[in-house]
Design a protein around this ligand. Structure first.
Ligand SMILES: Cc1ncc(COP(=O)(O)O)c(C=O)c1O
Length: 388
């Protein structure tokens, strides 16, 4: 995932984002380099405070990646061997990988077809006496049904760790994603709504004790240097990344609005081209501020891969997030799931296609994407032009 140099309409535009802020970014880097503290320190602490305020939580604990943020939260909540954690089967691998890294077992659940969020009814079906936590993933930038998920967690005394990697700044009702559970994990991978110039992540929480334990765990379990109450990790964040992220953070509200406007434009262009049956636009539920980290349409399964290939041949950046559910991954075969166990997730994996989406995408670029889709569809026999 990069800016895809040489692509007429890239999937995302990391270079453009950095170019627009080159002056302040270089000044921030100079400040850190000449200041001397290049790992953690005041730059990271300031960034933590700014993100905590932005998301409406008491604590933000910066760390080395979104994956490590999940591990940190799980470990600090005391989740480990013998425990089960419910995760959607349709998500990026890290959500379940982190559960395995603390020695617990991921238990997969299906998704709701329109939001791609965890299906609360299926979560209930997957509960066992070993269940300790639920990880709802706000996939592509739209919040899960947090009212239902919170009710389940409360009834069964489970932790909620929101995976907010793809939904920085998204909201559920009036609250920012990441503030709705016991912990919320962020990724600042360069393609995210707030992206670093490398790997970076963070955990949000309102709980003082949890934040304190995570701060220790990210530096080998030490609160006082060279004294270790428990064994932790090296999950420190570089000050250079924090400095870049601090330059970008104030731009986020404007960027999110631009993403939402681009999503509206896609919908209009798809409808104007008469393609809404073939290229089904995303559904946005009321009371959810969708931030479109990805703009994902549904395409009939039998044509999805061919359309993706065709668009790439036209220098249009597209991606399939994700071609395989987690229960279908080779490394999880040992868990004993079968094809057909998660019908909505499997259908999503067969039909999703992410179109170019970034804050500065122009109407002309979007028109070119939709024109190319129309050219592909025009070559199909008439009955094939129906949605999945
Ligand atoms: C849903 C989800 N969870 C977790 C992660 C992991 O984040 P990182 O790549 O920063 O480790 C990602 C990153 O792509 C993600 O999309």
């Amino acid at each position: 995932m990069s800016g895809e140099a040489g692509t007429d309409v890239p999937l995302c535009d990391i270079a453009g984002e950095n170019r627009a802020l080159a002056g302040p970014i270089l000044a921030a880097l100079q400040r850190v380099l000449t200041g001397g503290q290049v790992i953690l320190g005041p730059e990271v602490a300031a960034f933590e405070q700014e993100v905590a305020a932005f998301c409406g939580v008491r604590h933000a604990v910066a760390c080395s990646s979104g994956t490590d943020a999940l591990v940190l939260a799980l470990h600090a909540l005391g989740i480990g061997p013998g425990d089960e954690v419910i995760v959607p089967t349709f998500t990026f691998f890290a959500t379940a990988g982190a559960v395995c890294r603390v020695g617990a077992t991921p238990v997969f659940a299906d998704i709701e077809p329109h939001t791609y969020g965890l299906d609360p009814a299926d979560v209930v079906r997957r509960l066992s006496p070993r269940s300790r936590a639920i990880i709802p993933v706000h996939l592509f930038g739209q919040a899960c049904d947090m009212t239902a998920i919170r009710a389940i967690a409360e009834e069964h005394t489970l932790y909620i760790i929101e995976d907010v990697a793809q939904a920085f700044g998204s909201r559920y009702q009036e609250r920012t994603c990441g503030s709705l559970g016991h912990a919320g994990t962020l990724s600042f991978y360069p393609t995210k709504n707030l992206g670093a110039a490398g790997d970076a992540g963070m955990v949000l929480t309102d709980q003082d004790g949890l934040a304190r334990r995570m701060r220790a765990l990210r530096v080998h379990g030490s609160e006082v240097r060279y004294y270790h109450r428990e064994v932790g990790y090296n999950m420190r964040l570089d000050a250079l990344q924090a400095a870049i992220l601090r330059v970008k953070l104030p731009q986020v509200p404007r960027w999110l609005e631009q993403r939402r406007q681009a999503a509206d434009r896609y919908r209009r262009l798809i409808t104007a081209a008469g393609l809404e049956q073939f290229l089904c636009p995303p559904v946005v539920l009321p009371q959810r501020y969708h931030t479109f980290n990805q703009y994902v349409v549904r395409v009939p399964a039998s044509y999805r891969d061919a359309l993706a290939q065709f668009l790439k041949s036209q220098q249009i950046g597209v991606e399939i997030y994700y071609p395989l559910c987690l229960h279908q991954q080779e490394c999880f075969r040992r868990l004993g799931y079968r094809q057909g166990d998660f019908p909505q997730a499997e259908q999503a994996a067969a039909t999703v296609l992410a179109l170019p989406m970034f804050p500065g995408i122009t109407e002309q670029q979007q028109q070119r994407v939709i024109d190319a889709c129309a050219a592909f569809v025009a070559r199909l026999p008439q009955p094939a032009r129906r949605a999945a």
